[in-house]
Design a protein. Sequence first.
Length: 173
Amino acid sequence: MSKTDRTTDYTDKAGISLQKRLKWDRRFMEVAKVVSSWSTCIRNGRQVGAVIVRDKRIIATGYNGAPSGVLSCVERGECLRDKLNIASGTRQEMCYATHAEQNALVQAAKLGVSVEGATIYVTHRPCTICTKLIINAGIKRIVYGFNYPDEFSVKLLNEAGIEMEYLPFDKGE
């Protein structure tokens, strides 16, 4: 990073001011938080939203919820994972919901929009399954607000050279 002036504002590899990048990152994380409010997950703290962005433009969004035509946990009145006592961060396939990142990637695919080189803003750090999809989709950067108990995903992201940034939401959320 190179210093642009005598303040603490630095530039990244692309020459973008880190303060300006942080301003945009916060904006898109706020959008991800709004999208997470559409989630049909009834587990406390597991309402997840994702926003895929390229060149400061939103190209797709997603939230965790049941696939089209399948009853959600809200509609069922119970969480399958809770019913089966499945620990968070494990056996992600045992859930009626499709993850927010998966839904955002599917939305982009349905619309014929490439996500190559994009950034995904997600309320929670992606699980291993979502991580593999993000890597193969060509997304180059992930910004997330909450940790998720899946350390293997971090290993994969590091190995693939995907930039990860933890941008926590305000305290008390």
